[in-house]
Design a protein around this ligand. Structure first.
Ligand SMILES: [Zn+2]
Length: 112
């Protein structure tokens, strides 16, 4: 683990701390539009989360197993990829989570 990773606070050692945030982030985007693994990895990287495919794909799979996401195979010429969308259950779970995030935000950031 390099010093830079530790400084940025996004190293693997903090993964457990952020796993719920990452799940909610994934769910949010799956509500907004169809998502796929690589695109989601880029999006998370943009927000400062470095997630390897070895972590992200099982995460997507488990969200699907729990009924929050539904996937389908998308064929594009010779390549195919799995595309995910939120299910109605996923939308419902996200809106419940938003209230909790808002609550936490108030305390963490606004000190209320
Ligand atoms: Zn995002």
């Amino acid at each position: 683990m390099s010093k830079t990773n530790l400084d940025r606070g996004d190293g693997d050692q903090d993964r457990d701390l952020y796993s719920g945030l990452i799940r909610l982030h994934v769910l949010h985007h799956a509500v907004e539009e169809p998502i796929f693994g690589l695109g989601m990895a880029d999006e998370l990287a943009r927000h400062g989360y470095r997630i390897s495919p070895g972590t992200l794909y099982p995460l997507l799979h488990s969200l699907e197993q729990k009924g929050y996401l539904r996937s389908k195979e998308q064929v594009n010429g010779k390549s195919r990829r799995k595309v995910y969308r939120a299910t109605p259950r996923g939308r419902k779970a996200l809106s419940a989570a938003k209230n909790k995030v808002r609550e936490l935000f108030r305390e963490l950031i606004e000190g209320k």
